[in-house]
Design a binder for this molecule. Structure first.
Ligand code: PNS
Length: 162
């Protein structure tokens, strides 16, 4: 059975992420979407619980997808779940340097067992990122076309309360 982990900060999940989850769910027997901490992103907009909840809502139609949170290294989470595949999306060439380093680092840290599979982002979403969505939302512009409806509603509530 192939178990793949799709890790990310998902702050918040975008339509590009959902597209990738759907495609990964057709390739692997089981996909675990895992919210992890990116130590380079210091000021999250949504709490971990809020991010997990939004992911659960938007993936409820996928029978072989589950959502988790892990406070630690991706390589340790993969070991715990007995998964040896990581899925990451590539939007553009500039993603590649960082992603390659991460893939090679995770493989080395796992003793050589953890492979990363890259899926190209659907061209419709190649410029969409959580960072961009957050930036627009901070100025009260909700990019409804690039996030699932529930995320757009939560973004609206979030920036109203700020
Ligand atoms: O959506 P992001 O922010 O690009 O995802 C990056 C993430 C969360 C997958 C990465 O920062 C991560 O794996 N964090 C967990 C800690 C870890 O394992 N770090 C070593 C690999 S960089």
């Amino acid at each position: 059975m192939s178990i793949a982990i799709y890790p990310g900060s998902f702050d918040p999940v975008t339509t590009g992420h959902v597209n990738l989850i759907e495609r990964a769910s057709k390739i692997f027997d089981h996909v675990i979407v895992c919210v992890l901490i990116n130590s380079g992103k210091k000021t999250p907009l949504f709490s971990i619980d809020e991010r997990v909840n939004m992911l659960e809502c938007v993936t409820e139609g996928f029978h072989n997808v589950s959502v988790r949170y892990y406070d630690g290294l991706l390589v340790d989470f993969a070991k715990q779940e007995e998964a040896n595949i990581i899925v990451r999306g590539l939007r553009e060439m500039s993603d590649f340097d960082v992603e390659l380093q991460m893939a090679q680092g995770n493989k080395a840290a796992s003793g050589g067992t953890l492979e990363t599979v890259f899926l190209p982002t659907d061209p419709n979403y190649s410029f969409v990122s959580s960072t961009m969505i957050r930036e627009f939302a901070n100025y009260h512009h909700i990019c409804r076309e690039f996030v699932p409806d529930i995320v757009a509603d939560r973004l609206e509530e979030k920036v109203k309360s700020k």
